[in-house]
Ligand binder design. Structure first.
Ligand SMILES: [Zn+2]
Length: 258
């Protein structure tokens, strides 16, 4: 049965979505009105998703977001999405395991995300023909993410972890699905994912350490918020500001608390 499901999944992954309209993919999904990253926190649809994550209901409800990423540079073998919002409340061991839609995190496979000059870069590969189509289609491209409620992690920045369903590159104007990126998503077990994430919550780890009376000096490690630069990048709709890193006070390193 498992093999059958795997084959079925592979078959679906390998199907060409060039002629598909994303409205078909959105069947039974509640589409968020958000396309701009800065509206994510106020969106009603996503608030419903957050509620489900907190109370553990709505496990079969599917949510969808069409995201306009900041920029989309091409590579020889595909393209990248740059996400200016860098999530810094997680230990670096798991920081790149998620696609961040602000406080909503979608588990992805390793190797897709990495940090580069104040930005999280997601790299996707595709064949030459698809790449040409994407290049000529460039302007109204969006990343369509579909997911179900997962769980909530209480932290300084709360995290709402989604169960990934699908990820696509679409043309918002024509409705065409240009590329199925779902193979970049990671199948998760909610229980183990929650344990992993909780362990990686740096604020909780620091609190526990303090409450246990462990005040021994620790070695200093590179700051995970600013990656040792001492500066933090803040993005606003019309400007970008650099400020002294709040985590390390500009020193670029912090005591290792884990
Ligand atoms: Zn720092």
């Amino acid at each position: 049965m498992k093999r059958l499901l795997t084959s079925l999944f592979l078959f679906i992954s390998l199907m060409t979505f060039g002629q598909t309209s994303y409205s078909e993919i959105l069947n039974n999904c509640t589409l968020s009105t958000v396309t701009d990253f800065f509206m994510v926190e106020k969106d009603e649809v996503l608030n419903k998703f957050r509620d489900y994550c907190v109370d553990g209901t709505g496990k079969n409800e599917k949510f969808a977001v069409l995201l306009d990423w900041k920029s989309m540079p091409f590579t020889d073998t595909g393209f990248k999405f740059e996400n200016g919002f860098h999530q810094n409340m997680l230990h670096k061991s798991v920081a790149y395991d998620y696609l961040y839609i602000k406080d909503i995190i979608i588990p992805i496979k390793q190797g897709c995300a990495k940090y580069e000059s104040y930005t999280t870069i997601y790299t996707f590969k595709c064949d030459a023909a698809t790449l040409n189509t994407i290049k000529s289609d460039r302007k109204p491209l969006r990343l369509l993410a579909i997911f179900k409620p997962g769980f909530f992690m209480d932290a300084w920045i709360d995290h709402y972890c989604a169960v990934p369903v699908g990820l696509y590159l679409v043309n918002k104007d024509t409705g065409a699905v240009l590329l199925n990126l779902s193979s970049y998503l990671k199948n998760i077990n909610i229980t183990t994912e929650k344990q992993k994430l909780t362990r990686a919550n740096r604020v909780k780890v620091a609190e526990e350490r303090q409450s246990s009376g462990n005040t021994q000096p620790t070695k200093m490690v590179r700051c995970n918020t600013c990656h040792g630069t001492g500066q933090q990048k803040w993005e606003y709709p019309n400007k970008t500001k650099y400020e002294t890193c709040q985590t390390c006070a500009g020193r670029g390193y912090v005591p290792a608390l884990w």
